[in-house]
Design a protein around this ligand. Sequence first.
Ligand code: SIN
Length: 318
Amino acid sequence: MGEGTKATRIVVLGMGGTIAGRAERAGDNVGYDAGAVPVEDLAAGLPALRGRDMAFEQVAQINSKDMRLADLQRLVGRAGRHLADPAVQGLVVTHGTDTIEETAYLLQTLLAPAKPLVLTCAMRPATAVSPDGPQNLSDAVAVATEPGARGVLVVCAGRVHGPLEVAKQHPYRTDPFDSGDAGVIALVEEGRVRRFRDWPAAARHAARLQAFLRATAMPRVAWLSSHADAAAWPVHALLAAPPAARVQGIVVSGTGNASLHAELEAALREAEAGGVRVVIANRNGAPPVPYPQQPFADIDGLSPPKARWALALELLDA
Ligand code: SIN
């Protein structure tokens, strides 16, 4: 690419999900195979993409509930490569909604992209009577081509969420995501982006990128929850595992404002004394409001699934 030439290419990486889902009957919005339609076909005929410099790559073709470390490593690796290409303006990733918030967190914390890396998805399969994927993909491209846009974003139902806050909150609605008190970063209206706050910039684990890409397995981090009638036995069961299967970390979802059942807390303190890293998050997904007796530290106020990845990444080099 010549000096001064503008980066115009948008690369769409396909991971599967309902956006690429195929049902036997067009009216079926819940019984379908996620990850069936090739990524290039999802974009065919979309007016918002016509005449654009587009490229497509199928990185995986799966239901995101079945995401494996190898799939995420491949995505992070390919995204990093494309972002480094001076011809590339931005990336779009088509992905299942079920674990998109985990993938968004990983991509942001490891890559902290200076270009837009926009994840999008759908709640209805591509074969639905009225699929939501085509509009979401068009909106994602609008965000990926927005001047000044950067960082990892999740675009769904005309709303642009940040990677630290986004959480799936509904199993069926075509707008299943929420960003809590932080709110959305922007809206996409008729192909135009209306922004309310800064693009994401967090880069907590950028130094661990190579270690993540090389890992054959992530450090074992379990996720437990406090609840009425919680007890010590789940922690004791984890501690009783043979050394090769022993957990290195535990994320515990607290009730209310990071509170724990006394019996569970006592068992977690035993685990901590035995060398297990214990981190707290809120069962309701909101960042804890710090208080002197907070039983364990949280990580950046992250929700439990994101805190689990953050702790695993911290333990990777340990
Ligand atoms: C998935 O997460 O891959 C299936 C569900 C969805 O995309 O909505």
